[in-house]
Ligand binder design. Sequence first.
Ligand SMILES: Nc1ncnc2c1ncn2[C@@H]1O[C@H](COP(=O)(O)OP(=O)(O)OP(=O)(O)O)[C@@H](O)[C@H]1O
Ligand SMILES: [Mg+2]
Length: 359
Amino acid sequence: MAILELDDVSFTYGTHRVVDGLSLTLEEGEIGCLLGASGCGKTTVLRLIMGFERAHAGRILLRGEAVDDSRHHLPPEKRRIGMVFQDYALFPHLTVAGNIAFGLQEKSALAERQVARLLELVGLAGQGDKYPHELSGGQQQRVALARALAPRPHLMLLDEPFSNLDVELRERLSLEVRAILKEAGTAAILVTHDQHEAFAVADRVGVMRAGHIEQWDTPWNLYHRPATRHVADFVGEGAFLAGHIQADGRVATELGVLNGLLSTECDGASCALLPAGSPVEVLLRPDDVVHDDGAALRATILAKAFRGAEFLYTLELASGARVLSLVPSHHDHAIGEKIGIRLDTEHVVAFRHDPMAAA
Ligand SMILES: Nc1ncnc2c1ncn2[C@@H]1O[C@H](COP(=O)(O)OP(=O)(O)OP(=O)(O)O)[C@@H](O)[C@H]1O
Ligand SMILES: [Mg+2]
């Protein structure tokens, strides 16, 4: 059963429509993520799910029950949703154990056992007597998570919970939080504008734009099968290579005829339905363009970025078009050098040629 459903939800601050026909479904135990630029409405969506705001249109269901529609509005404290914010907001005068126990109804031996169990779950066993100021930022955030998990919420909302932490800690903690939520079996929605974090933590990611979700999908599909050009641009790196539809429906480009066309957005129409000769743009990810000394195709290195295990080469093709290629870093070629490349794509995603986007 779906733990959470948003169905065509809209919300307006004054005249500003912040959430605009947004829909998503989260299954039991699943971790979803809202990914999007600052101000696109991510926090507002969490506030609607939490019940701090009421939708102006559409409906929200928790475990199949309407909690927000034109007739219902279940108050936040009845929704059994836990929340963790960016600033951990622990009570400084309470110990770690006191913070975690804060939301529990009973203050019995049972509660004590539960606090101990939660401390163990978040990797802080035996540290219940410490005060928040005695903990690192990452530890504090794990306490905040334990506190939110204590009342056994059906759903956890996390609003940029790691953004105050340094990159390394944040990567580690985001994986830990995923493990903790999975262990507890708690479904969650994480908000972030860091796609690496979204990919690492979430089962399903929604790319938000202008108050709605453009694609609600697995990280793999978002990267390799973006439904819209915006998603293709926003998620990951890549380049668009000009091509045209052949009579057989495949796409011809200067790197060859590409098989297995997966046509997605062409102003809503399928690219494969475009007449032969129609110009399209093919999305090529850096991992689609493989460096191969034996390849007949040659490209000139325009720029290179060292990433440790790999170089990201910016390559110029014969036509002047540019593509990116991710190459193991023992292939240390000089700028200006010509190297062999081939495509390694199991499918390609093509978009209707958009002169505006190309400009
Ligand atoms: N209380 C409010 N009154 C009026 N406008 C608001 C209010 N809260 C948010 N907004 C506006 O709604 C829009 C969405 O805000 P929201 O906080 O949901 O964005 P966000 O995606 O969470 O951004 P960020 O990544 O910066 O946290 C913004 O344009 C913001 O200015
Ligand atoms: Mg926000």
